[in-house]
Structures are given as C-alpha cells and as structure tokens.
Ligand binder design. Sequence first.
Ligand code: 5GP
Ligand code: MN
Length: 340
Amino acid sequence: MLTDTTAALVSNIEAGKYKNIVITTHHKPDGDAMGSSLGLWGFLRTKIDHVTVVTPTDYSENLFWLPGNERVVEWERNEELAKDIVKNADLIFCLDFNRLSRINQMGELIAQLTCDKVMIDHHLEPEGFEDFTFWNSRASSTCELIYRWIEHYFGSAHVDNQTATCLYTGLMTDTGNFQHNNTTPDTLRLAADLMELGANHLDIHARIYDVFSVSRSRLFGYCLYKKMEVIPECKTALIYLSADELKEFDVKTGDTEGLVNFGLGLKDIVLSVLIIDRTERVKLSFRSKGNFAVNEFSGKYFHGGGHKNASGGQSEFTLKKTVEYFKEKIQLYKDELQAI
Ligand code: 5GP
Ligand code: MN
C-alpha cells in the first residue's frame, strides 16, 4: 500500500525552500527510470530554476528522444560535473530504486550528504535512507507514482504533454505493454489520462520498439536458436552470454532488454533466466510466473532484488561458475516450481 510522507516536502517546495534539485535513478536506467526522472524534471522546472537529472550510468539509445534528455548529466561520463551538481543540491529525488547501492559510487556520496532526500519507488524492501517517502510496491511503475504525486498535491493540470509523454513511456515499458500482472484497471485508466494529456501512444511505441539494429535482432535469433536451454524438471529456461558473444553481436546498453521474456513464452516454463558476462560483473535477470518469488531467490543467492515476478542480481563468480551455481541452486526449488 501507499506510504506517503511527502506533505511537508510539498510545503517546502511551495515555500521556495529548495534552489537546486537533483533527480537521480538506478544504474543502467530503463524506460520507467528515465520516464519518471524526465517527467518529474519537466514538472519541477515550472517551479524551480535549477533542476538536473543525474544518472549513475549510461542507458539505452531508444530513450534519447525523451523530452529533456539533452540536459541529463551522466555520472560515469562526466564525473566531476555530476559530483559538483550532486554536492550542491539541497534536495535529491531518488526514483525507481530504494537502496543506495543501486546507484554505485553516487550512492556513497548521497549517503554522506545532509540535504533532504526523497524516495519515490515501487520495489520491495526499501532500506530507508530518505527523509521523505512516496512508495507503493503495488504501483505498476515509478511513472505511475510520479503522476499520482503531482495529481494529488498539485493537480493533473500541471502535467503538460511532454511530462505525459515521459510518464506514458515508463508505464508502457514497466508493464511490458500492459501485459504483466502489475497492470490494473487503474493503470489502464492512467494510460488513458496520459493520452488525453498529450501522450501519443503510437509514436511512443514506435520510438521505443521499432528502432533496433540488425545486430541486435541477430543476437536475439542466435540466443533462441543456439543458446536457450530448458531445465524441464524445474520448468526453467536459461540463456547465458559470454563477453565474446556480446562483442560478436556488437551489443550496446539496452540491447538485451526483453530477451529474458522469451523463455516465459514457452509452454510449461515458469522461470526464465538470462545470465550475461558484463566483464565488470556477471549480471542475472529473472522472470517468473505465479508464486515463485524471483526477488527472494535473487536476494538469497545473487545479491539482488526487484519484484516478485521480475528481478535481477549479480555474481562475483565467472560466467561458467555462475551458471553451474544457478543450476545447482534451482534444483532446491524443483517441487515448488513443478507445483506452479
Ligand atoms: P532487469 O532484469 O530488467 O535488469 O531487472 C528487473 C527488475 O529487478 C527491475 O525492477 C530492477 O530494478 C530489479 N533489479 C535488477 N537488478 C537488480 C539488482 O542487482 N539488485 C536489485 N535490488 N534489484 C535489481
Ligand atoms: Mn520501475
């Protein structure tokens, strides 16, 4: 359910307490992370002169068209500037994550700062680093929460067509085009509201999904043809990719987004796993159906978290050892998975 402790924050904003606001979001931001950050940015800019979105890392090129993207500062690419902006902030919004470890070095800096911090998010188990909270693990997306927050405290007339466009993007991507079980009647009503406020759903869909490179399409074909393994006794599908394979297909940030969903499309599969050797670490993505809580599995074995049916994690082992470790651990859940 909704935890909202932002009434005092809104009074502070209205009273002009904050002069320099930073909005940040998680490592390798996705459509919801960038949509919510730039949507909130568009709204706050109408009230405060200095508002900056600072991302901890780069993100997929299919998000570069979002209104306001040209003003985003990327920590990894522009560390000194990003540090200065963050240190100078009197208010920091943390969107679409709830643990500072999700934003790498930036999290270490933010933990030390004494400025006001806000967390707006829909992931489970918040660590509680913030001063103000707008959190609901049942929300479809952080974009939904940003809309509800603006609507509740300021009124939906404050959402212009650019902000509506950003927020629709995250709503669409985090619900898997309104097909995951986080899609509720309220989500669909919100999509309709955002369309009325100026979000063009056809245009947004095309800009997000109809822009892939040939090599990215070939990578998907290769994974499905050569790489997908099925572990029938655990109703599990697995794909893993080495650093050499990423190079061979010229994989860019965001190119593997959506790949893990293919496993779940198989009959009698309830868990799908994608394991990628990102060189600096081995990254895992989990998707499940029904009651198998992948955020718990990921938290227990792979320092991860996320949602019940969609989570991620990482491993300090080599790719080969990570795959072996996963295959060993998943056997412990054979009966549970069979029952789904
Ligand atoms: P993805 O598989 O798309 O990277 O992530 C799926 C979900 O799990 C997202 O909601 C994301 O925020 C969360 N997630 C991904 N990786 C991690 C991780 O390493 N730690 C935690 N706590 N959550 C993660
Ligand atoms: Mn999200």
